[in-house]
Design a binder for this molecule. Structure first.
Ligand code: ZN
Length: 280
């Protein structure tokens, strides 16, 4: 299933795509997070609803929002593509590098990325995002994919000056400006993603392809990440894991390339979708 959140009479509404229609799933759950908390029961109800499709809207005219707006946690992985670590002048990590974003960073397709006036080095990063279904802690690698509800496209917008040039030497401020986590448009359920480690992934800035890779290049794969992280904290339904970005970021270019008002950024992953956002 391709799950979405869309605006319906001014309300954020859960839905699923069916051809060029969106089936209203507000009868199944009030929002994506409660839907995911419902696990297999939610999925079964959604499948019946999509089959019967009593209430639909035209997908073309629907305003698609961020698929989930209130995750408890947004965990991000740094330098998880070997060639991106190289271009950043950093060693290939032997253990995952972890930081986080906040729900206040989330925006949906078409919404504006606000490039901070105080940053001269705002960068783009396309990423595969894992959406946690069933929560838990101390999850084993063997069991990890049973905890994945699905996948979406994410954009880890990064103000490099705040990320790398502030006292303390940690990345948080550069990653947490409002609007710095566009996600969507769809959450594609994991039964429809044969292999999350074999997906073409691209970022296109103002029509020019600036990142073009495959998730086969991930250093730490999805099961390793879930096992590693759940040793530390409990995963909750709806938690998001941004799995890292491939090479081609603006920081590593010569000359360097930074986002500015008027730009349009497209992040896309084969089979998952295309996420477009203007910069202001
Ligand atoms: Zn990133």
């Amino acid at each position: 299933m391709r799950l979405v959140t869309f605006e319906n009479s001014g309300n954020s509404t859960l839905g699923a795509r069916k051809g060029d229609k969106i089936v209203d799933l507000s009868g199944v759950a009030p929002d994506m997070r409660s839907f995911l908390e419902g696990g297999e029961d939610s999925l079964a109800s959604a499948r019946s609803a999509v089959e019967a499709a009593p209430q639909t809207v035209e997908a073309g005219s629907a305003k698609i929002q961020a698929p989930i707006q209130n995750p408890e946690k947004i965990i991000c992985i740094g330098l998880n593509y070997a060639d991106h670590a190289e271009e950043s002048g950093m060693p290939i990590p032997e253990e995952p590098i972890i930081f986080s974003k906040y729900p206040s960073t989330i925006i949906g397709p078409g919404e504006q990325i606000r490039v901070p006036a105080s940053s001269e080095k705002t960068d783009y990063e396309v990423e595969l995002v894992v959406v946690i279904g069933k929560g838990g802690r101390d999850i084993t690698e063997a069991d990890a994919l049973n905890h994945v509800a699905g996948y979406t496209v994410g954009h880890d917008v990064s103000a490099r000056d705040y990320q790398l040039e502030k006292p303390g030497g940690q990345w948080m401020l550069g990653k947490t400006f409002d609007t710095f986590a566009p996600i969507g448009p769809d959450i594609v359920t994991s039964d429809e993603v044969d292999d999350p480690h074999a997906l073409g992934i691209r970022c296109i800035l103002n029509g020019e392809t600036v990142q073009d890779s495959t998730t086969a290049q991930l250093i730490f794969k999805v099961p390793q990440l879930i096992a590693y992280l759940s040793h530390v904290f409990t995963f909750t339904s709806g938690d998001l894991i941004f799995t890292g970005t491939p090479p081609g970021v603006g920081m590593a270019r010569d000359p360097q390339l930074w986002l500015k008002p008027g730009d349009t950024v497209v992040c896309e992953i084969d089979g998952l979708g295309r996420l477009e956002n203007p910069c202001v």
